[in-house]
Write a protein that binds this ligand. Structure first.
Ligand code: NAP
Length: 242
């Protein structure tokens, strides 16, 4: 099982205070990693559940906020999880909501990856990047135009970085979560019609839990995935197979 372990490695997870990011941080810790729990909200609760962890304030209100954080510390695994969603009919969708979502979901993801990759390459090490994409990396969705555009962008960024860095020892991959019970999807579960429509279409017959994503992230962070580059792993209860 050592190919699935992360002993001696340091992983940084963005948006680690809650939801999918919290579950990923805890699972990486269980796999043996030292985990840097990064977020704009305090990540102390997450860190308290991990044997070896620290917290880092990181707010992508400035999408360049991660510049410099990799220069003076060794990080082997970067999980770009932080993300936001804004819901409004496309006919009425405003520029501020467009920019806010694109800044956090794809601009910050690219420039954080760039900063990580530069440091790994400069230090002559290997690294793993796991990006959190979405079903809306492949589908259009409803009333979430900037989210859909941003998550399509996440897959594009995953592939270009994989193309450029695979031969240099950095694996870049993504996970496309299905419908997972977190703050991000509260509005959908609160709408009985949408909730039923979603549940009826999921072959597994249930909403996903953050832990369902977490073990997939450990796999993509671990040596077991050494020959996997530019892949998007769907963890969606079968949604995209339907
Ligand atoms: P969540 O509970 O709302 O978590 C989102 C995380 O992103 C939080 O930690 C949040 O911090 C952080 N974040 C938001 N804006 C930030 C900023 N400016 N700077 C730094 N961190 C920021 O939702 P989630 O479902 O766990 O989402 C995690 C990722 O999974 C997102 O990329 C989301 O798009 C993706 N995803 C979720 C689902 C789903 O069904 N839930 C499906 C597909 C993809 P705060 O707590 O401080 O806001």
């Amino acid at each position: 099982m050592s190919a699935f372990r992360l002993d001696g490695q340091t992983a940084l997870v963005t948006g680690a205070n809650t939801g999918i990011g919290q579950a990923i941080a805890i699972a990486l810790g269980r796999a043996g990693a030292h985990v840097i729990c990064a977020g704009r909200s305090a990540c102390d609760e997450t860190a308290s559940k991990i044997d070896s962890a620290e917290t880092l304030h990181l707010d992508f209100a400035d999408p360049m906020a991660a510049q410099g954080i990799f220069a003076d510390r060794r990080v082997d695994v970067l999980v770009n999880n932080a993300g936001i969603i804004r819901r409004e009919d496309s006919a009425d969708f405003g520029e501020a909501d467009w920019d806010a979502v694109m800044d956090v979901n794809v601009k910050a993801l690219f420039f954080t990856s760039q900063a990580f990759g530069k440091a790994v390459l400069a230090q002559g090490r290997t690294g793993q990047i796991v990006n959190i994409a979405s079903l809306l990396s492949f589908q259009g969705g409803i009333r979430v135009p900037s989210y859909t555009a941003s998550k399509h962008g996440v897959v594009g960024v995953t592939k270009i970085l994989a193309n450029e860095w695979a031969a240099k020892g950095i694996n870049v991959n993504a996970i496309a979560p299905g419908y997972i019970e977190t703050n991000n999807t509260d509005a959908l579960r609160a709408d009985p019609d949408r909730n039923k429509a979603i549940l009826d279409r999921i072959p597994a017959g249930r909403w996903g839990q953050p832990d369902d994503i977490a073990e997939a992230a450990v796999f993509l962070a671990a040596p077991a995935s050494r020959y996997i580059h530019g892949t998007v792993l769907n963890v969606d209860g079968g949604w995209l197979a339907r």
